[in-house]
Ligand binder design. Structure first.
Ligand SMILES: [Zn+2]
Length: 260
């Protein structure tokens, strides 16, 4: 529980974690206080948002040369996604047990905000978050006020994203479903979205020469209930294809690699 203008925290295990913790607690001045969120019912609007945005501050100030933005966040999501603690955010926090609280209020929403940030881009995401904060300063926004402000700035109804990530049971899970090798110079890789949760596709083709080729697609490819997506890859000397699970949410990474 936070109190306006004051927080007491010990030093974290590392310099990087101390930066994160400090930025997180300062963030509470905005959520839930400046914008009067009901954190008892909608902890994701509070803890979720300020699990998300301090990661940019860590990236700027960390002394860890291997720090990759959102890598730890995604690892935490992938570890517990789909288990009995994976409860959607739109179940009120005060109805969520203490075991599910952390995943429900921190890991899953911050993962969803990261996906939204990736999809909208930095400028649109920042514009939407600023507008929401200004519009609801000193008031009491509900989750739908948050969704509607983002829809407005995005210029589209993002229900295809809100519904699975915020309302539904389930988790992100892509797989390499099929590889068609019947063509002469190309293979056709079918990526399957096994659960319908929209996530971007980051596929790396690794060649025997050590060279790689990267294929990136936004999460909106899964709009309109699309379940499979075909990618054409040059096949000469192809050694391996990898669907990223390091910065892409994916509960079951076992079916994301194919070696030839
Ligand atoms: Zn907090």
């Amino acid at each position: 529980m936070e109190f306006p203008g004051m927080t007491n925290c010990g030093e974290a295990r590392s310099y990087t974690s101390t930066i994160y913790l400090t930025a997180h607690e300062i963030g509470h001045s905005y959520f839930p206080f400046y914008t009067g969120l009901n954190e008892q019912k909608y902890a994701w609007m509070d803890e979720g948002l300020i699990t998300f945005f301090p990661q940019f501050i860590v990236e700027k100030y960390t002394d860890d040369p291997d720090y990759i933005l959102f890598k730890r966040n995604i690892a935490a999501y992938n570890k517990s996604a789909g288990n009995y603690n994976d409860v959607p955010m739109m179940i009120n926090t005060n109805n969520v047990g203490r075991y599910a609280y952390r995943f429900h209020s921190y890991n899953r929403p911050s993962t969803a905000f990261y996906l939204l940030y990736n999809y909208l881009g930095k400028d649109k995401f920042a514009k939407a978050l600023n507008l929401f904060t200004k519009r609801w300063h000193g008031k009491h926004p509900m989750p739908f006020d948050f969704f509607f402000t983002f829809n407005e700035v995005a210029g589209e109804d993002l229900a295809w994203f809100w519904k699975p990530w915020f309302f539904d049971l389930g988790c992100a899970d892509l797989s390499i479903e099929n590889i068609d090798t019947s063509a002469k110079d190309a293979v056709y890789v079918t990526v399957k979205n096994k659960t319908g949760f929209p996530v971007p596709v980051h596929l790396t083709a690794v060649y025997k020469t050590g060279k790689t080729k990267q294929f990136d697609f936004k999460m909106s490819i899964w709009k309109n209930n699309i379940k499979t997506y075909k990618i054409q890859i040059h096949s000469g000397g192809l050694q391996k294809i990898i669907l990223d699970t390091e910065t892409t949410p994916d509960a079951y990474p076992e079916d994301n690699v194919k070696t030839f």
